[in-house]
Design a binder for this molecule. Structure first.
Ligand code: AHM
Ligand code: MG
Length: 331
Protein backbone atom coordinates (compact mmCIF):
# COMPACT_ATOMS: atom_id res chain seq x y z
CA UNK A 1 0.00 0.00 0.00
CA UNK A 2 1.26 3.44 -0.82
CA UNK A 3 1.82 5.64 2.18
CA UNK A 4 1.13 9.28 1.66
CA UNK A 5 3.01 11.83 3.71
CA UNK A 6 0.64 14.07 5.68
CA UNK A 7 0.07 17.48 4.13
CA UNK A 8 2.20 20.23 5.61
CA UNK A 9 0.21 22.95 3.89
CA UNK A 10 -3.27 22.98 5.41
CA UNK A 11 -5.87 25.35 4.07
CA UNK A 12 -7.87 26.44 7.08
CA UNK A 13 -11.10 28.35 6.77
CA UNK A 14 -9.50 31.57 8.00
CA UNK A 15 -6.62 31.27 5.55
CA UNK A 16 -9.03 30.55 2.72
CA UNK A 17 -11.31 33.49 3.46
CA UNK A 18 -8.33 35.83 3.79
CA UNK A 19 -6.82 34.74 0.49
CA UNK A 20 -10.23 35.05 -1.16
CA UNK A 21 -10.53 38.63 0.03
CA UNK A 22 -7.04 39.44 -1.22
CA UNK A 23 -7.80 37.83 -4.57
CA UNK A 24 -11.01 39.83 -4.97
CA UNK A 25 -9.06 42.94 -4.09
CA UNK A 26 -11.90 43.99 -1.80
CA UNK A 27 -11.01 46.71 0.66
CA UNK A 28 -10.49 44.05 3.29
CA UNK A 29 -10.60 45.54 6.74
CA UNK A 30 -10.36 42.14 8.37
CA UNK A 31 -13.79 42.68 9.93
CA UNK A 32 -15.39 39.80 8.06
CA UNK A 33 -12.54 37.49 8.94
CA UNK A 34 -12.92 38.36 12.61
CA UNK A 35 -16.67 37.81 12.44
CA UNK A 36 -16.15 34.43 10.77
CA UNK A 37 -13.59 33.55 13.43
CA UNK A 38 -16.20 34.22 16.10
CA UNK A 39 -18.71 32.08 14.21
CA UNK A 40 -16.20 29.24 13.90
CA UNK A 41 -15.64 29.28 17.64
CA UNK A 42 -19.39 29.07 18.25
CA UNK A 43 -19.59 26.09 15.86
CA UNK A 44 -16.89 24.25 17.79
CA UNK A 45 -18.43 25.16 21.15
CA UNK A 46 -21.91 24.06 20.06
CA UNK A 47 -20.49 20.82 18.64
CA UNK A 48 -18.75 19.90 21.92
CA UNK A 49 -21.91 20.69 23.87
CA UNK A 50 -23.96 18.48 21.57
CA UNK A 51 -21.50 15.62 22.17
CA UNK A 52 -21.43 16.24 25.92
CA UNK A 53 -25.20 16.37 26.09
CA UNK A 54 -25.39 12.90 24.62
CA UNK A 55 -23.20 11.66 27.45
CA UNK A 56 -25.14 13.60 30.04
CA UNK A 57 -28.35 12.09 28.69
CA UNK A 58 -26.95 8.64 29.43
CA UNK A 59 -26.58 9.56 33.08
CA UNK A 60 -29.74 11.62 32.92
CA UNK A 61 -31.33 9.35 35.50
CA UNK A 62 -29.28 11.16 38.15
CA UNK A 63 -31.59 14.13 37.70
CA UNK A 64 -32.01 17.17 35.61
CA UNK A 65 -29.39 19.29 37.32
CA UNK A 66 -25.65 19.23 36.67
CA UNK A 67 -22.85 19.07 39.23
CA UNK A 68 -22.93 22.79 39.86
CA UNK A 69 -26.59 22.38 40.72
CA UNK A 70 -27.63 24.35 37.65
CA UNK A 71 -30.57 23.24 35.64
CA UNK A 72 -29.56 21.78 32.28
CA UNK A 73 -30.50 24.15 29.54
CA UNK A 74 -32.08 22.73 26.46
CA UNK A 75 -29.46 22.45 23.76
CA UNK A 76 -31.15 24.84 21.37
CA UNK A 77 -31.37 27.50 24.06
CA UNK A 78 -27.76 26.87 25.04
CA UNK A 79 -26.65 27.14 21.41
CA UNK A 80 -28.58 30.37 21.05
CA UNK A 81 -26.86 31.85 24.11
CA UNK A 82 -23.46 30.78 22.76
CA UNK A 83 -24.13 32.51 19.44
CA UNK A 84 -25.52 35.71 20.95
CA UNK A 85 -22.66 36.08 23.43
CA UNK A 86 -19.93 35.44 20.88
CA UNK A 87 -21.44 37.60 18.16
CA UNK A 88 -22.04 40.50 20.52
CA UNK A 89 -18.51 40.24 21.95
CA UNK A 90 -16.95 40.13 18.47
CA UNK A 91 -17.70 43.83 18.14
CA UNK A 92 -18.55 43.22 14.48
CA UNK A 93 -22.33 42.96 14.64
CA UNK A 94 -25.19 45.45 14.74
CA UNK A 95 -28.34 43.31 14.52
CA UNK A 96 -28.93 39.67 15.49
CA UNK A 97 -31.98 37.61 14.56
CA UNK A 98 -32.30 34.13 16.04
CA UNK A 99 -34.96 31.49 15.61
CA UNK A 100 -34.96 31.20 19.40
CA UNK A 101 -35.71 34.87 20.09
CA UNK A 102 -39.01 36.59 19.43
CA UNK A 103 -37.36 39.98 18.83
CA UNK A 104 -34.24 41.02 17.00
CA UNK A 105 -31.30 42.10 19.18
CA UNK A 106 -29.94 45.55 18.37
CA UNK A 107 -26.36 45.65 19.61
CA UNK A 108 -25.49 48.51 21.96
CA UNK A 109 -23.18 51.21 20.60
CA UNK A 110 -19.98 50.21 22.38
CA UNK A 111 -20.02 46.73 20.83
CA UNK A 112 -21.50 47.67 17.49
CA UNK A 113 -20.03 46.63 14.14
CA UNK A 114 -21.33 46.72 10.58
CA UNK A 115 -22.73 43.22 10.10
CA UNK A 116 -26.14 41.69 10.80
CA UNK A 117 -26.28 37.97 11.48
CA UNK A 118 -29.45 35.89 11.14
CA UNK A 119 -29.26 32.35 12.47
CA UNK A 120 -30.93 29.17 13.52
CA UNK A 121 -28.58 28.14 16.36
CA UNK A 122 -29.41 24.42 16.26
CA UNK A 123 -31.48 23.37 13.31
CA UNK A 124 -33.07 19.93 13.34
CA UNK A 125 -33.38 19.87 17.11
CA UNK A 126 -36.12 17.23 16.95
CA UNK A 127 -33.29 14.85 15.97
CA UNK A 128 -30.95 15.59 18.92
CA UNK A 129 -31.68 12.54 21.04
CA UNK A 130 -31.29 10.19 18.08
CA UNK A 131 -27.72 11.30 17.42
CA UNK A 132 -28.66 12.42 13.91
CA UNK A 133 -26.86 15.35 12.25
CA UNK A 134 -27.93 18.75 13.41
CA UNK A 135 -26.24 22.10 12.90
CA UNK A 136 -26.26 25.86 12.81
CA UNK A 137 -27.49 27.90 9.84
CA UNK A 138 -26.44 31.50 9.43
CA UNK A 139 -26.63 34.41 7.03
CA UNK A 140 -24.62 37.62 7.14
CA UNK A 141 -25.72 41.03 5.88
CA UNK A 142 -23.95 44.37 5.96
CA UNK A 143 -25.96 47.15 7.57
CA UNK A 144 -27.30 49.60 5.00
CA UNK A 145 -25.17 52.72 4.54
CA UNK A 146 -25.85 55.22 7.30
CA UNK A 147 -27.83 52.75 9.42
CA UNK A 148 -26.97 52.26 13.07
CA UNK A 149 -28.58 48.84 13.00
CA UNK A 150 -32.31 48.17 12.77
CA UNK A 151 -34.71 45.43 11.75
CA UNK A 152 -34.90 46.96 8.26
CA UNK A 153 -31.27 45.94 7.77
CA UNK A 154 -32.32 42.28 7.71
CA UNK A 155 -35.73 42.66 6.06
CA UNK A 156 -34.09 42.57 2.64
CA UNK A 157 -34.21 40.03 -0.18
CA UNK A 158 -31.86 37.09 0.29
CA UNK A 159 -29.50 38.15 -2.44
CA UNK A 160 -28.57 41.15 -0.32
CA UNK A 161 -27.12 38.69 2.17
CA UNK A 162 -23.66 37.45 1.39
CA UNK A 163 -22.97 34.22 3.20
CA UNK A 164 -24.69 31.07 4.44
CA UNK A 165 -23.54 27.91 6.17
CA UNK A 166 -24.21 24.75 8.20
CA UNK A 167 -23.03 21.59 10.08
CA UNK A 168 -19.79 20.48 8.43
CA UNK A 169 -19.04 24.12 7.81
CA UNK A 170 -20.22 24.98 4.29
CA UNK A 171 -19.61 28.58 3.32
CA UNK A 172 -20.16 30.85 0.38
CA UNK A 173 -18.72 34.33 0.23
CA UNK A 174 -20.47 34.94 -3.07
CA UNK A 175 -18.03 33.19 -5.39
CA UNK A 176 -18.83 29.48 -5.17
CA UNK A 177 -19.30 27.14 -2.24
CA UNK A 178 -16.61 25.51 -0.13
CA UNK A 179 -16.89 22.79 2.52
CA UNK A 180 -14.66 22.62 5.60
CA UNK A 181 -14.32 19.78 8.06
CA UNK A 182 -13.37 20.29 11.69
CA UNK A 183 -10.06 18.65 12.56
CA UNK A 184 -10.74 18.03 16.23
CA UNK A 185 -7.05 17.69 17.15
CA UNK A 186 -6.14 21.01 15.52
CA UNK A 187 -9.41 22.71 16.39
CA UNK A 188 -9.46 24.13 12.88
CA UNK A 189 -11.89 23.88 10.00
CA UNK A 190 -9.88 22.50 7.07
CA UNK A 191 -10.86 22.96 3.43
CA UNK A 192 -11.92 19.46 2.37
CA UNK A 193 -14.58 20.14 -0.27
CA UNK A 194 -13.39 22.97 -2.50
CA UNK A 195 -15.81 24.42 -5.02
CA UNK A 196 -18.88 22.28 -4.35
CA UNK A 197 -21.06 21.97 -7.46
CA UNK A 198 -24.48 20.30 -7.48
CA UNK A 199 -24.91 17.72 -10.25
CA UNK A 200 -27.40 19.13 -12.80
CA UNK A 201 -29.75 16.20 -12.14
CA UNK A 202 -29.95 13.77 -9.23
CA UNK A 203 -31.78 10.57 -8.31
CA UNK A 204 -32.93 11.46 -4.80
CA UNK A 205 -36.01 13.27 -3.50
CA UNK A 206 -36.27 14.54 0.05
CA UNK A 207 -39.74 15.52 1.32
CA UNK A 208 -41.70 14.79 4.48
CA UNK A 209 -44.31 12.66 2.75
CA UNK A 210 -46.14 12.33 6.03
CA UNK A 211 -47.72 15.59 4.90
CA UNK A 212 -48.80 14.12 1.54
CA UNK A 213 -52.53 14.32 2.24
CA UNK A 214 -52.19 18.09 2.60
CA UNK A 215 -49.97 18.68 -0.46
CA UNK A 216 -51.23 20.92 -3.27
CA UNK A 217 -51.90 19.31 -6.67
CA UNK A 218 -48.65 20.40 -8.44
CA UNK A 219 -46.53 18.87 -5.65
CA UNK A 220 -48.49 15.60 -5.69
CA UNK A 221 -48.25 15.42 -9.48
CA UNK A 222 -44.51 16.10 -9.39
CA UNK A 223 -43.87 13.44 -6.74
CA UNK A 224 -45.91 10.91 -8.72
CA UNK A 225 -43.84 11.69 -11.80
CA UNK A 226 -40.60 10.72 -10.07
CA UNK A 227 -42.05 7.73 -8.21
CA UNK A 228 -43.95 6.25 -11.16
CA UNK A 229 -41.94 7.37 -14.20
CA UNK A 230 -42.69 6.17 -17.71
CA UNK A 231 -40.18 3.41 -18.61
CA UNK A 232 -37.29 3.33 -19.42
CA UNK A 233 -36.94 5.94 -16.67
CA UNK A 234 -36.53 4.53 -13.16
CA UNK A 235 -37.95 5.90 -9.92
CA UNK A 236 -36.05 8.22 -7.58
CA UNK A 237 -34.80 7.14 -4.14
CA UNK A 238 -36.27 8.72 -1.00
CA UNK A 239 -33.94 10.20 1.63
CA UNK A 240 -35.37 12.39 4.38
CA UNK A 241 -33.50 13.04 7.61
CA UNK A 242 -35.66 15.86 8.92
CA UNK A 243 -32.68 18.13 9.64
CA UNK A 244 -32.50 20.76 6.95
CA UNK A 245 -28.75 21.13 7.46
CA UNK A 246 -28.23 17.44 6.75
CA UNK A 247 -30.78 17.10 3.95
CA UNK A 248 -29.41 20.15 2.13
CA UNK A 249 -25.82 19.04 2.71
CA UNK A 250 -26.55 15.74 1.00
CA UNK A 251 -28.40 17.51 -1.80
CA UNK A 252 -25.39 19.79 -2.43
CA UNK A 253 -23.06 16.81 -2.69
CA UNK A 254 -25.21 14.16 -4.41
CA UNK A 255 -27.82 16.25 -6.20
CA UNK A 256 -31.57 15.68 -6.36
CA UNK A 257 -34.28 17.74 -4.74
CA UNK A 258 -35.17 18.82 -1.22
CA UNK A 259 -38.64 20.19 -0.65
CA UNK A 260 -40.70 21.57 2.18
CA UNK A 261 -43.75 22.97 0.41
CA UNK A 262 -46.58 24.98 1.86
CA UNK A 263 -49.74 22.90 1.90
CA UNK A 264 -53.41 22.92 2.88
CA UNK A 265 -52.48 22.77 6.56
CA UNK A 266 -49.30 24.87 6.74
CA UNK A 267 -50.38 27.77 4.58
CA UNK A 268 -46.91 29.34 4.44
CA UNK A 269 -44.88 26.15 4.76
CA UNK A 270 -42.68 25.43 7.75
CA UNK A 271 -39.20 26.71 7.07
CA UNK A 272 -38.23 30.22 8.08
CA UNK A 273 -37.27 32.61 5.33
CA UNK A 274 -34.49 34.62 6.97
CA UNK A 275 -32.35 31.98 8.64
CA UNK A 276 -33.35 28.72 6.92
CA UNK A 277 -34.54 29.35 3.36
CA UNK A 278 -32.28 32.32 2.46
CA UNK A 279 -28.93 30.83 3.56
CA UNK A 280 -29.69 27.45 2.00
CA UNK A 281 -31.02 29.06 -1.19
CA UNK A 282 -27.85 31.13 -1.40
CA UNK A 283 -25.60 28.09 -1.00
CA UNK A 284 -27.66 26.15 -3.54
CA UNK A 285 -27.45 28.86 -6.19
CA UNK A 286 -23.76 29.40 -5.53
CA UNK A 287 -23.26 25.67 -6.12
CA UNK A 288 -25.08 25.88 -9.48
CA UNK A 289 -28.54 24.73 -8.35
CA UNK A 290 -31.95 26.37 -8.08
CA UNK A 291 -34.01 27.42 -5.04
CA UNK A 292 -37.66 28.37 -5.55
CA UNK A 293 -41.03 28.48 -3.84
CA UNK A 294 -42.38 26.75 -6.97
CA UNK A 295 -43.40 30.05 -8.49
CA UNK A 296 -40.72 32.49 -7.35
CA UNK A 297 -36.96 32.58 -6.79
CA UNK A 298 -36.45 32.44 -3.03
CA UNK A 299 -33.62 34.99 -2.96
CA UNK A 300 -35.93 37.57 -4.60
CA UNK A 301 -38.51 37.46 -1.81
CA UNK A 302 -38.85 40.71 0.11
CA UNK A 303 -39.32 39.74 3.77
CA UNK A 304 -41.84 41.64 5.83
CA UNK A 305 -41.17 40.14 9.27
CA UNK A 306 -38.19 38.41 10.83
CA UNK A 307 -39.74 35.00 11.50
CA UNK A 308 -41.86 34.61 8.36
CA UNK A 309 -42.00 31.24 6.62
CA UNK A 310 -41.86 30.19 2.98
CA UNK A 311 -42.30 27.22 0.68
CA UNK A 312 -38.98 25.66 -0.36
CA UNK A 313 -37.78 23.51 -3.27
CA UNK A 314 -34.05 23.43 -3.83
CA UNK A 315 -31.37 21.31 -5.44
CA UNK A 316 -30.26 20.15 -8.88
CA UNK A 317 -31.08 22.52 -11.72
CA UNK A 318 -33.08 20.03 -13.80
CA UNK A 319 -34.97 18.49 -10.90
CA UNK A 320 -36.10 21.83 -9.50
CA UNK A 321 -36.99 23.03 -13.01
CA UNK A 322 -39.31 20.02 -13.26
CA UNK A 323 -41.19 21.13 -10.14
CA UNK A 324 -41.52 24.64 -11.52
CA UNK A 325 -43.01 23.15 -14.70
CA UNK A 326 -45.64 21.31 -12.65
CA UNK A 327 -46.56 24.55 -10.90
CA UNK A 328 -47.09 26.17 -14.33
CA UNK A 329 -49.05 23.28 -15.81
CA UNK A 330 -51.06 21.68 -12.99
CA UNK A 331 -54.02 23.74 -11.77
P1 AHM B 1 -36.56 23.49 13.67
O1 AHM B 1 -35.87 24.78 13.29
O2 AHM B 1 -37.63 23.66 14.70
O3 AHM B 1 -35.58 22.40 13.98
O4 AHM B 1 -37.40 23.05 12.38
C1 AHM B 1 -36.78 23.05 11.13
C2 AHM B 1 -36.61 21.64 10.67
C3 AHM B 1 -35.69 21.51 9.49
O5 AHM B 1 -34.39 21.21 9.90
C4 AHM B 1 -36.28 20.36 8.74
O6 AHM B 1 -36.06 20.50 7.36
C5 AHM B 1 -37.75 20.42 9.07
O7 AHM B 1 -37.86 21.19 10.24
C6 AHM B 1 -38.34 19.08 9.32
O8 AHM B 1 -39.68 19.22 9.61
P2 AHM B 1 -40.64 17.96 9.78
O9 AHM B 1 -40.31 17.35 11.08
O10 AHM B 1 -42.01 18.55 9.72
O11 AHM B 1 -40.38 17.04 8.61
MG1 MG C 1 -34.57 25.32 12.21
Amino acid sequence: ASEEAPSTDLITLTRHVLSDQLRLGSAATGDLTLLLTAIQVTSKFIATNVRKARLINLVGLAGETNVQGEEQKKLDVLSNDIMVNALRASGKTAVLVSEELEDAIIIEEKNRGKYCVVFDPLDGSSNIDAGVNIGTIFGIYKVRPGSEGSIEDVLRPGNASRYGSSANLVLSTGSGVNGYTLDAALGEFILTHPNITIPPRGKIYSFNEGNAMYFHAPVTAYLNSIKYPAPPKTPYSARYIGSMVADVHRTLLYGGIFGYPNDKKSKSGKLRLLYEAFPMAFLTEQAGGIATTGTKRILDIQPTSIHERCSVFLGSRDDVSDVVKFFKEVP
